[in-house]
Design a protein around this ligand. Sequence first.
Ligand SMILES: Cc1ncc(COP(=O)(O)O)c(C=O)c1O
Length: 386
Amino acid sequence: MQIAKRMEVITPFYVMELLRRAKQLEAEGRDIIHMEIGEPALPTPELITQAGIEYISQGQVKYTPAAGLLELRQKISDFYWQRYQVKVSAERIFITPGASGAFSLALGVSINENDEVLLSDPCYPCNQNFIRLFSGAVKKIPVYAETAYQISAELLEQYWSDNTCAAVVASPSNPTGTIIDRTEFQRLIELIEAKQGTLFSDEIYHGLVYEEGVASALEFSDQVFVINSFSKFFGMTGWRAGWLVVPEQFIEATEKLAQNIFISTASHSQYAALAAFEEQTLQELEIRRQGFAEKRDFLYAELIRLGFKIPVKPAGAFYIYADCSVFTDNSQQFAEQLLEEIGVAVTPGKDFGENESGKYIRFAYTSTKERIAEAMQRLELFLINQ
Ligand SMILES: Cc1ncc(COP(=O)(O)O)c(C=O)c1O
């Protein structure tokens, strides 16, 4: 028996090691403030949970069609119309086990061996590993504050080679929370189309946006893959439900792949997700969004006050990617110190790429404002005593 060669290029999530240590410290009785985890601390909205429980209690938890419940796909289609005034037919929408499932389907149906896929550095780390898993080649574009840590049309032009077939963007982004400006997004999509390439638009943080200007790739083209999820905005991380929008000509291939790789997304999660679009749930989520906006403003102001540099104020998601180079040139060591000495868990830049990653740490503002305030007090004391 041997471990497959491809596993040599699959990178681990370094924060998991940090999380393991955080749990260990907690077990020893230490009070740890979690700012490393990318999931809301609040529970799944009540109506969603109830819908899931009700379905399970009937005892008939069975497969659904591979593409997902038609009723749910239709609700998502209506949602695109209400939110973005974009018509997306339910047939183009596939329900998947989270954005992760959506991304694997999208790549599986559209890239060939050694096809080069462009990604920003920093970026959400798992997507590159999916590309490697499907034998594609990852090409990173170092991005900086000048382009809001996003791939611009100019950068795309510069990095696109004869082997390039696609690009991945995430707006708002993980780890930076920044968005691609609407005009730039349109230029980017037009450029990719002119090159007959593919765009994978990761829109998992849509809904968690605190400024004007975020756009869905679907507003500009129907020849894009859009990845989304019930995990973040809808507060359903552990339910493992998301969706993928595919161009019309990929419907058949996507259905075939979905049938084979996961048969169907967990049916109770799909029935639960039906309640995500109820007016009551959407109102609750809007209140939560406002809460996140407040926490973003608070954390942003506090980090600046403490001496961190944040060249672009994040417009969405629940992260601040802060430049800590005035305090250290090794953000991983800095993150470890914060955990050990003051019980504040954050994610080092290393988890998101190689580009200046030693200068950055990511703070997630997913816990309560009180806990975030407490973390900032501890951080202030730590920095004074350094
Ligand atoms: C940018 C981005 N894309 C995709 C995912 C995967 O999300 P899920 O599979 O839970 O929907 C995450 C999770 O943190 C993310 O931050």
